[in-house]
Design a protein around this ligand. Structure first.
Ligand code: ADP
Ligand code: ZN
Length: 226
């Protein structure tokens, strides 16, 4: 299955993508995660991206598009993928369309996580990530076993610089201006399915099952999982 997850920061795309990636046995491709990894590794891309990311601004299209192009050309993407955080601008959407057409791998569906402002602000404010491996936690919804310490690698947890209040506001403005137009773009292509990002993980899963069935994507799912 080839999926795009669309929605505001804090919609829970990343969490849901992790679940789906396991269920469907297809890679979770998050440009945010890839960029943060580049940052931790202090690679040339990471150094270029840092200033934009810390302020909650978008990294320039050409950098991100190249990153995704490389990732989608890896063999594991041939069995399907979940794109999380990409595309985020009209230009990225157009580029993705061309890339996938060239690979004869059209999208199956775009899941739009419609999310209320209250939920967004609660989720982002409580989010913590591991400074070593990047795993995400939440101070009320998903606590680590030991306060401030990553369950997986024992790295220390920190708040993402762009989860501070000023940066959150900026990200939401950027989202409305640059990313929200993609909702109509995919609607016109008859690829859009809307679900509520306000739902808890288990309920969201049920909602997704229904959408996959409706779109006849269930066979894909069983095939991949088996
Ligand atoms: P969010 O919680 O806002 O969905 P992400 O982890 O997806 O966060 O992205 C974090 C930051 O990484 C963004 O604010 C942006 O600076 C950069 N970024 C991620 N994906 C893209 C993209 N497709 N285009 C431009 N910048 C991106
Ligand atoms: Zn860790």
């Amino acid at each position: 299955m080839r999926l795009v997850l669309l929605g505001p920061p804090g919609a829970g795309k990343g969490t849901q993508a992790q679940v789906l990636s396991k269920d469907l046995n297809i890679p979770h491709i998050s440009t945010g995660d890839m960029l943060r990894e580049a940052l931790r590794a202090a690679s040339p891309l990471g150094l270029k991206a840092k200033g934009y990311m810390d302020q909650g601004a978008l990294v320039p299209d050409d950098l991100v598009i190249e990153l995704v192009r490389e990732r989608l050309s890896k063999p594991d993407a041939a069995k399907g993928f979940i794109l999380d955080g990409f595309p985020r601008t009209a230009e990225q959407g157009e580029s993705l369309g061309k890339m996938l057409a060239g690979l004869s791998m059209p999208l199956d569906v775009t899941l739009y996580f419609k999310t209320s402002m209250l939920v967004i602000i609660r989720r982002l404010g409580g989010r913590r990530i591991c400074s070593k491996c990047g795993k995400t936690y939440h101070m009320t919804n998903f606590r680590p076993k030991v306060d401030g310490v990553c369950d997986v690698c024992q790295g220390s947890l920190m708040q993402r610089p762009d989860d501070r209040e000023e940066a959150i506001e900026n990200r939401l403005v950027v989202y409305e201006k640059q990313t929200a137009p993609l909702i109509d773009y995919y609607k016109k292509k008859n690829l859009l399915e809307e679900i509520s990002g306000d739902l808890e993980v288990d309920d969201l899963n049920i909602a997704l099952e229904i959408i996959f069935k409706k779109r006849n994507l269930v066979g894909n799912r069983i095939q991949n999982a088996g």
